[in-house]
Design a protein around this ligand. Structure first.
Ligand SMILES: Cc1cc2nc3c(=O)[nH]c(=O)nc-3n(C[C@H](O)[C@H](O)[C@H](O)COP(=O)(O)OP(=O)(O)OC[C@H]3O[C@@H](n4cnc5c(N)ncnc54)[C@H](O)[C@@H]3O)c2cc1C
Length: 314
């Protein structure tokens, strides 16, 4: 059943979606926010955030997102537990289909994030986020000063993560399933010659150890050619095998790049080819993927949506 027409529907409650909610709610637009399967987004999976501006002592990721949600609610944001399954942006008002109903909206901000790929080995899920398994060296590298860590992957991102970690960690094992890196030549060269980085070729992770103690104590890996297993004595495991942008329900209606990330319209970070539909945060940003950059894009999208509504009698 179709509902009345919303001024603005925001899809996602990570840093981007909730920041867009604060701005549009304060502009008296009474935004409706759809939470999806992960209320609060990726940051709720980590315990300590030390690089979000304004928190000199750091802040718990879940707490930060809870604060942001309360801030959005205070100004009149409405929340609904729903996942968007498909959209029709070919005519106005725009149509959004969730499992339960069809929503109509004058403007839409899509802030659905990008999910980090994990390997699925035992121990990984249990020790993810604050317990030693992570997917972000920029976010968590500083917690591993003078410790040994492992990075899993073989592309440019894995090399970037490993090189970034050389600023903090004592030794970095780069575990890759082949005997050469997929990364660009220059990155591969810098990585393999760095004195702190030790390559673990032809190897795949088998188990992250330390579940009983609640903290990573080692990474068991297997050589795919010889079958020999060894335990790397690491305190941190950085998964660098890519992200999956959550853009699938919108991929027919908007432009996406070869990896599925939204491709914004020329000259803007947040506008799309459909006027009145905006994108924000990690779903449209494969470069920075940080809480503060996602929040910044949420702000931009909100201001663009406000302007569009003001110019079209909203
Ligand atoms: C373990 C970990 C630690 C991190 N630590 C830091 C850190 O210390 N500092 C930092 O700056 N960044 C950190 N990050 C990165 C940061 O979490 C992300 O950059 C940020 O969360 C991106 O925000 P976002 O709003 O774009 O997306 P997300 O946080 O991914 O939120 C996406 C939202 O969209 C919703 N959604 C998805 N699909 C649908 C759909 N079809 N319908 C409805 N809703 C949908 C989800 O439920 C979720 O609410 C970390 C990330 C991880 C994984």
């Amino acid at each position: 059943m179709a509902s009345s027409v919303e001024n603005i529907v925001i899809i996602g409650t990570g840093c981007a979606g909730l920041t867009a909610a604060v701005y549009t709610a304060r502009a008296n637009l009474a935004p409706l926010v759809l939470e999806g399967a992960m209320p609060g987004g990726q940051l709720t999976t980590t315990s300590e955030v030390e690089n979000f501006p304004g928190f000199p002592e750091g802040v718990d990721g879940f707490q930060l997102m809870d604060n942001l949600r309360k801030q959005a609610a205070k100004f009149g944001t409405r929340f609904e537990q729903a996942r968007v399954e498909s959209v029709d942006f070919s005519a106005r008002p725009f149509k959004l289909r969730t499992g339960e109903r069809e929503l109509l909206a004058k403007t839409v901000i899509i802030a659905t994030g990008a999910s980090p790929r994990l390997t699925g080995v035992p121990g990984e899920k249990e020790l993810y986020g604050g317990k030693g398994v992570t997917t972000c060296a920029t976010c968590d590298g500083a917690f591993y000063r003078n410790m040994d860590v492992a990075v899993i992957g073989g592309g440019d991102s894995a090399c970037e993560e490993a090189l970034f970690l050389t600023r903090f960690a004592r030794r970095i094992y780069l575990v890759h399933r082949r005997d050469s890196l997929r990364a660009s030549k220059i990155m591969a060269g810098r990585t393999t010659t760095h004195p702190k980085i030790q390559m673990v070729w032809d190897s795949v992770p088998v188990e992250v150890q330390g579940v009983a103690a609640g903290a990573v104590s080692g990474l068991k890996v297997r050589n795919v050619k010889t079958g020999v297993e060894q335990v790397l004595p690491v305190k941190g495991v950085f998964m660098a095998i890519g992200h999956v942008p959550n853009t699938q329900p919108f991929a027919q209606a908007l432009d996406v790049d070869e990896n599925g990330y939204f491709r914004p319209a020329a000259g803007s970070q947040v506008k799309t080819k459909v006027p009145g539909v905006y994108v924000a945060g990690d779903c449209a940003d494969h470069v920075y993927r940080q809480a503060v950059t996602a929040a910044g894009m949420g702000c931009q999208a909100a201001i663009e949506a406000e302007r569009w509504l003001a110019g079209h009698g909203g």
